[in-house]
Write a protein that binds this ligand. Structure first.
Ligand SMILES: Nc1nc2c(ncn2[C@@H]2O[C@H](COP(=O)(O)OP(=O)(O)OP(=O)(O)O)[C@@H](O)[C@H]2O)c(=O)[nH]1
Length: 802
């Protein structure tokens, strides 16, 4: 027989139900066992101390819960019954003075029962003191907050309190002071101890005592301050009288519920206004020195709106003067003075302050990324130095002509013949050129240094090289012949004293060249101011030095150049072969060339006069290149002096940036020099300027005579194409800006310059015209500068700024 209600996991759900009531019928043997247990439990309950009884059903129910365990069932029922007995007895009587301990087998623990035998807990209720819970009256601010004392009550609250009091008197009941355990309750009156029952709280009794014997005004500092009116206008409120001490008694009421009830006899307007603001905290009192304020003066501490800093500054301390030296500075200055150093100046005085500010402003203005470089000038009379100098005359010439006319080859030969390039380098160029199948370009590579130029066999940008004869230092400006690079050719032509026009004399090439850049280049250099031109009739070896061909070319070109404005005495022709080196530096040894007895090319070049005019004019130099000259010269510019002179240490002005720079050193024709004059090719090593202010095409001048920057000008131009109001690019050396011909002023006579027709709508090629040009941006230009106008990749006009 099992004592446990253990579920057999092997059953089916149907096994739990029988056909009658759905549950198993009790086993007779088990019923007998339960009966026996019930009897045992009842006997033990009756035999215990105190004896308890329980019903049969209670016992069997308990046995069922305890799985028929008799001792546990007895313990449970005994505890249960004893609790019921206790509940039925009155409290005093139910608690025995010395209750018997529970049997050790008790399963339930009760704290009350555990401490029941403690005699000190058996305090009669009437002797128990109230436990007061402090109301939550948050302190609001550092210098004020919720009033701890009675504050001014609202009229509504006062009326409600008075009505309540009256009702209490009518009903004859004693007004009971409410324990301020709940802030919402309103205390209407502080009763006397006699009126209070034994349940009066300690706080209430203290309050009543305070009402009876008011505190003297000077007895307690906090109360004294509390009684000060602050914003109150009533003087009577300043000194608390015994009658008013009630309001001064500490109250646990929240701020909105005052303890003072206005007397009915006293008119409202005569009642003193009580300062309901709280006293400052100890911390606040300490930092503002509240205790030093005389008692009779209104305390600013009660004004919540008072600025703490203002209080601090007005009454108690001088505000710190931040303009003066800091305490650390004072100490450091004293230490430095003792060591013999100059002390840090104080800026406390106004004068010193201004001085310091001035120094600061000056320091900022002088602030620069790089330190200013000072270059000592020798203060030379440059023109005198120039006259005394024994330097060779220098001449620049630009090499122009149609593409593949043989310009670079001719100049390479010239440089080779003049020993400006050594044979070893020349052999190297030859080998390299042969490697890529361009052996005939070996001489051209002397000038065409760019890889693209060498690969394509075409000059792209101008190249400058120097060579010297016995009398002259020459600078070659090799210009590209291709029409796509005409702007570069213009830049080269702007630096030239004269021009060498190279013409391919081979059959068909001369004719095509005339239609191409031969004429354009000649016109351009003339428009750029070049007056002398040497025509090198090249590749004469290809036509077996045909004299007739040479004379035909000479005639056609001469005619054209004269038309373009060159004077006949400034035009010369030399039959030559750059490839073979005939009539370049040496006369041709070819017997077919014996008919020519004139000067060689170099001899013709030496007849040119140096460009020396404009020495006494204001400094003008167009920047050709901006580069890093080396470690000693981090910023250099190169170009040709158009006018004036300069020397080392001079201050220059660059336009259009308007930035100044110092000339650190000067190089003339790659030689160091103290000075330079107009016509010389110079490199200026600069200091005290940022490279971003320097560009090719900018103009160097002096601040005393700056070049103007303009956006429009009138020019007398020779039309290469039809001209009308149109968009054009304005070229001046390296400078080129977009603009437009805004007006055709007049068509002019070529020789006299007189107006033939005013305001023409269009002018044809070869016509000289006066036009107004406007530019999109301001550029440094001044008369009589030569300009070139191009449109759609062609030169449409060139002329002189008026
Ligand atoms: N037969 C012969 N060929 C020459 C002579 N001069 C140059 N050439 C050839 O002509 C070709 C072009 O020569 P370049 O010196 O590059 O001509 P270029 O005028 O400088 O050409 P670009 O600068 O590109 O306009 C090369 O193959 C040269 O070898 C010459 O006197 N006789």
């Amino acid at each position: 027989m099992s004592r446990h209600r253990i579920k057999d996991v092997s059953f089916d759900d149907d096994d739990l139900y029988d056909e009658d009531d759905g549950y198993d019928s009790p086993d007779p043997a088990e019923q007998e066992f339960v009966q026996q247990c019930t009897t045992d439990v009842l006997q033990q309950l009756r035999a215990g101390n105190p004896p308890v009884t329980a019903t049969k059903e209670e016992v069997q129910e308990s046995l069922w819960h305890y799985y028929n365990d008799v001792p546990k069932t007895v313990n449970y029922l005994r505890g249960k019954k004893e609790k019921e007995i206790k509940k039925q007895q009155p409290t005093a009587k139910a608690v025995p003075a010395y209750p018997a301990p529970y049997p050790p087998s008790t399963a339930h623990f009760s704290a009350a029962d555990f401490f029941r035998d403690c005699p000190w807990l058996n305090v009669p209720p009437h002797r128990k003191a109230d436990i007061l819970v402090e109301p939550l009256c948050p302190r609001l601010g550092l210098l004020g907050g919720a009033p701890e004392s009675g504050g001014k009550v609202s009229k509504l609250a006062a009326l409600a309190a008075a009505r309540k009091k009256k009702e209490g008197e009518k009903s004859g009941s004693t007004p009971v002071a409410m324990a301020p355990s709940t802030p919402q309750l309103e205390k209407t009156e502080v009763p006397s101890p006699e009126l209070r029952g034994p349940s009066l709280s300690i706080r209430d009794r203290l309050a009543a005592n305070n009402a009876k014997s008011p505190r003297p005004a000077e007895g307690n500092d906090s109360l004294q301050r509390l009684s000060k009116p602050g914003l109150s206008t009533s003087s009577s409120a300043r000194k608390p009288s015994p009658e008013k001490s009630q309001s001064a008694a500490p109250s646990m009421s929240p701020p909105v519920q005052g303890t003072e009830v206005p007397s009915e006899e006293e008119p409202e307007e005569q009642k003193p206004k009580i300062d309901i603001r709280a006293s400052p905290s100890t911390f606040a009192s300490t930092i503002v020195g509240a205790t030093t304020i005389p008692a009779h003066e209104p305390s600013h501490l009660h004004s919540n709106s008072v600025d703490l800093l203002r209080i601090y500054g007005q009454n108690h301390a001088e505000p710190f003067d931040f303009a003066g030296p800091s305490p650390d500075d004072v100490v450091l200055n004293a230490q430095n003075t003792a060591k013999g150093f100059k002390s840090k100046p104080s800026a406390s005085k106004n004068g010193d302050k201004k001085k310091a500010q001035g120094e600061l402003a000056g320091g900022l203005s002088n602030l620069s990324v790089e330190e200013k470089v000072t270059v000592k000038s020798k203060n030379l009379d440059v023109l005198e130095e120039y006259k005394k100098s024994t330097r060779k005359k220098s001449a620049n010439f630009v090499v122009i002509g149609h593409v593949d006319a043989g310009k670079s080859t001719l100049m390479g030969r010239l440089l080779a013949d003049q020993k400006a390039i050594d044979q070893r380098t020349l052999d190297k160029y030859r080998r390299e050129a042969e490697k890529i199948g361009k052996g005939s370009f070996a001489l051209a590579w002397v000038l065409d240094q760019g890889s693209e130029e060498r690969a394509r066999g075409v000059t792209i940008d101008i190249a400058t090289n120097k060579f010297e004869t016995d009398s002259t230092a020459f600078t070659i400006v090799d210009a590209p012949g291709h029409r796509d690079f005409v702007p570069n050719m213009i830049a080269g032509a702007s630096q030239a004293d004269f021009a060498v026009l190279v013409i391919d004399s081979s059959v068909g090439k001369f004719e095509s060249g005339l239609k191409g850049q031969t004429k354009e280049h000649a016109l351009l250099v003339r428009s750029m101011g070049v007056q002398k031109i040497v025509v090198a009739v090249n590749k004469m070896d290809t036509i077996q030095w045909d004299k007739g061909r040479f004379e035909e070319i000479e005639q056609q070109i001469s005619s054209f150049l004269t038309t373009a404005g060159f004077q006949a005495q400034n035009i010369s022709f030399v039959p030559c072969s750059g490839f073979q080196g005939d009539n370049i530096s040496q006369r041709s040894k070819d017997p077919h060339a014996s008919w020519y007895t004139g000067p060689t090319l170099i001899e013709e070049l030496e007849t040119s006069e140096p460009y020396t005019h404009g020495l006494d004019k204001p400094l003008r130099m167009t920047i050709g290149d901006v580069f890093r000259g080396g470690v000693q010269n981090p910023l250099s510019i190169s170009g040709r002096l158009d006018a004036g002179s300069l020397q080392m240490g001079d201050q220059i002005l660059t336009m259009p940036s308007g930035e100044t720079a110092t000339i650190r050193s000067v190089e003339v024709d790659s030689e160091p020099s103290d000075w330079a004059v107009a016509g010389q090719n110079v490199v200026l090593n600069l200091a005290n300027i940022d490279p971003i202010h320097l560009r090719s095409g900018d103009v160097v001048c002096r601040a005393s005579a700056p070049i103007p920057t303009i956006t429009s000008f009138t020019a007398k131009v020779l039309a290469f194409e039809h001209l009308m109001p149109m968009m054009v690019d304005v070229h001046r050396g390296r400078l080129h800006v977009p603009g437009r011909i805004s007006k055709l002023v007049a068509a002019l006579d070529k020789s006299s310059g007189a107006a033939l027709k005013k305001r023409p709508k269009i002018v044809g090629p070869g016509t000289v015209a006066r036009v107004v040009v406007e530019m999109d941006q301001a550029v440094p230009l001044e008369a009589p500068t030569r300009i070139v106008l191009r449109a759609g990749g062609s030169t449409v006009a060139a002329g002189l700024l008026e």
